[in-house]
Design a protein around this ligand. Structure first.
Ligand code: SF4
Length: 126
């Protein structure tokens, strides 16, 4: 039996509202109201394999700040996000941390790298 869902495209600020039809195996059969090919691809992925980028923070030892912000360099499957956040919570970095430093490669075999989005200097002891 075919199902359908309305999806708001988040690829660009236009925010097109698309109607997506799909079968019992989540195979997309039709996308209506997509204004471009990218939106259509987004709708298909949202039904067949939804992904999200992860942003979080990681603890820093001996840093001028106690935490550094991090993100994945590409979206990861939604079903792996909770486990990925659990892995990220376990990480402790020794300062200094560079901007765009690779913190973890192939996060939970998703092919995504975890990278820092801020620089944290080492706290100099007096
Ligand atoms: S369908 Fe195309 S034009 Fe519409 S929001 Fe998505 S990317 Fe933008």
């Amino acid at each position: 039996m075919n199902k359908s869902r309305e999806i708001v495209c988040i690829v660009c600020p236009n925010g097109c509202r698309m109607n997506v039809s799909y079968d019992e195996n989540n195979k997309v059969t039709q996308v209506e109201n997509a204004s471009c090919k990218k939106g259509e691809e987004y709708a298909v992925n949202e039904i067949q394999c939804p992904k999200r980028s992860i942003t979080s923070t990681v603890g820093v030892i001996n840093g001028a700040l106690p935490l550094v912000s991090v993100r994945t360099d590409k979206p990861v499957p939604k079903e792996k996000i909770a486990a990925a956040l659990e892995e990220i919570r376990k990480i402790r970095l020794e300062a200094p941390v560079k901007f765009h430093q690779i913190i973890m490669n192939d996060l939970l075999e998703t092919g995504a790298q975890l990278i820092s989005t801020k620089e944290v200097a080492r706290l100099e002891k007096m």
